[in-house]
Design a protein around this ligand. Structure first.
Ligand SMILES: NC(=O)c1ccc[n+]([C@@H]2O[C@H](COP(=O)([O-])OP(=O)(O)OC[C@H]3O[C@@H](n4cnc5c(N)ncnc54)[C@H](O)[C@@H]3O)[C@@H](O)[C@H]2O)c1
Length: 260
C-alpha cells in the first residue's frame, strides 16, 4: 500500500487519466476526494472506488473559480481531516487548437486565451497554494501537476495557448518545489503524450478519423498509444514515499516522443 491513509485531492477525476488514477490511489490505501465539473461522472467514479471496497467522496469544483478550490479544500478537511496529496489534473485543450496554421492564430480569442490560462495555470497556482495551507498543518505533503509533452516539445502549427499554459505549470513546479522543500512538501509534474482516453478511443472507432491516431503513433518511438494506467502508475509513484527524494521533477510519460 503506497498511499495508506493519505488524503488525496484530484481535480478533473471524473473521467480519463484522473479517474483511472483516483481508482488506483484508492486501491493503494488513499482516501480520495474526486472533484470535477461533471457531477454524474464524478459520482460514478466514487461508486467504482467504493465497489472495490475503498474510500472516496465527491466534491463539485470548477478549478477556474478560486472559491470552488477553497470549498474543495474545506470539503477534504471536513470529510477526511486534511490534505496530504493535491494533484491538479483537470484540463481541456484549446477550442482554437486547429483553428489556423498561418502562424499568427487569428482564431484565438480573448476568451480562449483566458480559459486556457485559467484552467491550467491559475487553477494550478491557487489550488496548490490552498492545499499547502492544509499540508503545513500535517507536516508535509505532495503536489502534482499534469503538464503535457506539448509543453516540452510544442506541436508545430497548432494554437500556442495550451502548450504555453502547460509550460507555465513546469515553471510553477520548479519554483514551488524550491520554496516548499523546507516544509517537507514535494512538487512534481508529469508530461503525458497521446494517452488512450475516450477522445482517442473515439477517433479509433471511426474509419474517417483513425488516420489522426496513426499520425500520432508515428510520432511515438514506442510505436503505440499509451495507456491511462501507465500514467496513473507514475503519478502514484511521484506522490508516494517511494519518491521521497524527488521534487521539482518534470517527468515525460511520452513513449520517447519528446526525445525525437
Ligand atoms: N490524454 C492525453 O493524451 C493527454 C496528453 C497530455 C496531457 N494531458 C492532460 O491530462 C489531463 C487529463 O486529461 P484527459 O485526457 O484525462 O482528459 P479528460 O477530458 O478525459 O478528463 C479531464 C477531466 O477534467 C474535467 N475538467 C475540465 N475542465 C474542468 C474545470 N474547469 N474544473 C474541473 N474539472 C474540469 C473534465 O470534466 C474531465 O472529467 C489534462 O490536464 C490534459 O491536458 C492529456
Amino acid at each position: 500500500m503506497q498511499l495508506k491513509d493519505k488524503v488525496a485531492v484530484i481535480t478533473g477525476s471524473a473521467a480519463g487519466i484522473g479517474r483511472r488514477a483516483a481508482v488506483r490511489f484508492a486501491s493503494e490505501g488513499a482516501r480520495v476526494v474526486v472533484s470535477d465539473l461533471d457531477d454524474a461522472a464524478g459520482a460514478d467514479t466514487v461508486a467504482e472506488i467504493r465497489s472495490n471496497g475503498h474510500e472516496a467522496a465527491y466534491c463539485h469544483s470548477d478549478v477556474m473559480k478560486i472559491a470552488d478550490l477553497e470549498a474543495l479544500m474545506d470539503f477534504a478537511t471536513a470529510t477526511y481531516g486534511g490534505v496530504d496529496i493535491f494533484w491538479h489534473n483537470a484540463g481541456t485543450t484549446s477550442a482554437a487548437i486547429n483553428s489556423d496554421r498561418s502562424g499568427y492564430h487569428p482564431g484565438i480569442t480573448e476568451a480562449d486565451w483566458d480559459q486556457q490560462m485559467n484552467v491550467h495555470l491559475k487553477a494550478g497556482f491557487f489550488g496548490a497554494r490552498l492545499a499547502v495551507d492544509q499540508m503545513m498543518k500535517r507536516g508535509g505533503g505532495a503536489i502534482l501537476f499534469t503538464s503535457s509533452a506539448a509543453a516540452l516539445k510544442p506541436p508545430v502549427g497548432t494554437a500556442p495557448t495550451y502548450p504555453i499554459a502547460k509550460h507555465g505549470l513546469i515553471l510553477l513546479t520548479k519554483m514551488m518545489a524550491v520554496d516548499l522543500a523546507k516544509h517537507n512538501i514535494r512538487v512534481n509534474a508529469i508530461c503525458p503524450a497521446s494517452i488512450k482516453t475516450a477522445m482517442i478511443e473515439g477517433l479509433l472507432a471511426d474509419d474517417s478519423t483513425k488516420g489522426i491516431v496513426d499520425d500520432l503513433v508515428k510520432q511515438m518511438p514506442m510505436g503505440r498509444i499509451l495507456e491511462m494506467d501507465e500514467v496513473a502508475a507514475c503519478a502514484t509513484f511521484l506522490v508516494s514515499q517511494q519518491a521521497s527524494a524527488i521534487t521539482g521533477t518534470v517527468l515525460p510519460i511520452d513513449g520517447g516522443r519528446t526525445s525525437l
